[in-house]
Design a binder for this molecule. Structure first.
Ligand code: NAP
Length: 356
């Protein structure tokens, strides 16, 4: 008997989140899913890579309803993510924004009868801070999520809320904002990690997009009814910044760090110095949107009592459950999300040893 495969259309399938979902679904040992990548450019290198792994690729632009409708035709489920980080300037306020784009995509999926939708959403920072801070990249997604919920557009609808990406620690501008850790040592070889208070118990949620995000969405797709109307927080690790510095040191040198009050010294003499800043307002500014957003994020997270997800406390229960289900479906023995120590080990070993 041939088993009918379920088609999953991935809007944003060439992006960080979307491609992780595509890769995880393609590794399902039961061959449960046909995976369709929606992209504006089927000839990009990433689209070709995903094609070579077994995905199908279709061309559609969110601004073109007919293309979108064709891209969703016959799909059983959809994962939808857009990049909301680059929003328009004041003189572009009249143009469509992320809410408009994402609701257009959601409407096209509904029009084509897609039954199960997983939408990559964001926290509503504006509401959580009682109007003090608006981060359009997050707020717009939360409004699009609310739109889909209120309209009851699909048989099942699940919002997935990504934690902060672990991968940010491989981007120089991000690392520079926090003192250089872990990419950019000072002249004396010291790595500095300088961050404002997070609030609550200090444990901030992080997700490895490469290792876990795709599996978490895959896990939801294995049982969409179970996660209907839920918000699944995509989390690999909940960790305090002091412990992040420890995890780096352990990951790099595989030895027990000799701890001074706030300094972790490695066997090779490299230092990771953790320096708590006293306030979100102390994040050094250079006129860039990145730094301004970073300080506002620390304002809202502390204001909300230590909550990356603003209105909601961090909870990795569903993420762990989904990760386990997907890892099993991929035939993996390791079913836990990745720990920072292992993540640093994999991503920084070569980098650090070359600096000695
Ligand atoms: N960085 C973090 O720590 C963090 C944490 C939580 C949430 N987030 C959120 O994550 C989001 C970014 O996700 P990501 O990194 O996966 O994004 P990404 O890599 O930039 O991917 C964006 C995708 O959207 C597609 N796309 C863009 N415009 C399109 C259009 N007009 N029509 C059709 N497709 C279009 C792109 O496809 P093509 O180019 O192939 O067409 C691409 O696949 C942001 O909203 C951010 O707020 C980030």
């Amino acid at each position: 008997m041939t088993i009918q495969k379920k088609t999953v259309a991935v809007f944003g399938g060439t992006g960080n989140q979307g491609s992780a979902v595509v890769r995880s679904l393609l590794l399902n040992k039961q061959n449960t899913f046909d995976v369709r990548v929606i992209t504006r450019d089927i000839n990009s290198s990433i689209a070709k890579d995903l094609l070579s792994l077994g995905a199908k690729t279709v061309c559609a632009d969110a601004r073109d309803h007919d293309q979108l409708a064709a891209a969703f035709t016959g799909a059983w489920a959809a994962f939808i993510n857009s990049n909301s980080d680059h929003h328009g300037a004041d003189d572009e306020l009249h143009l469509p924004n992320v809410f408009d784009f994402d609701t257009a995509v959601l409407k096209a999926a509904k029009a084509m009868g897609v039954a199960h939708v997983i939408y990559s959403s964001g926290a509503n920072v504006y509401r959580a801070t009682k109007g003090r801070v608006s981060l359009a990249g997050f707020d717009c997604k939360s409004y699009a999520e609310e739109y889909a919920r209120s309209e009851e557009m699909f048989d099942t609808f699940t919002a997935v809320l990504p934690a902060s990406f672990m991968e940010c620690w491989t981007a120089e501008p991000f690392c520079e904002t926090w003192g250089g850790f872990p990419l950019l040592p000072k002249e004396n070889g010291e790595l500095l990690l300088a961050v404002p208070p997070y609030g609550g118990d200090g444990r901030m949620p992080w997700v490895s997009v490469q290792d876990d995000f795709g599996d978490i969405v895959h896990g939801i797709l294995l049982d969409p009814v179970r996660y209907d109307k839920k918000r699944v927080q995509a989390i690999s690790s909940l960790i305090r910044f002091e412990d992040l510095a420890h995890a780096f040191t352990r990951g790099m040198y595989l030895f027990k760090a000799i701890e001074h009050p706030l300094i972790l010294r490695s066997a090779t003499g490299t230092l990771v110095k953790f320096q708590p800043l006293s306030s979100w307002a102390d994040v050094p500014q250079d006129g860039s949107d990145l730094r301004r957003e970073c300080s506002l994020m620390f304002f809202y997270m502390e204001f909300c009592g230590g909550r990356w997800f603003a209105e909601y406390p961090s909870d990795d229960t569903a993420a762990r459950e989904c990760k386990e289900a997907a890892a099993r479906a991929r035939g993996c023995l390791e079913t836990n999300p990745i720990a920072f120590e292992d993540w640093f080990k994999r991503n920084f070993k070569g980098h650090i040893s070359s600096q000695k």
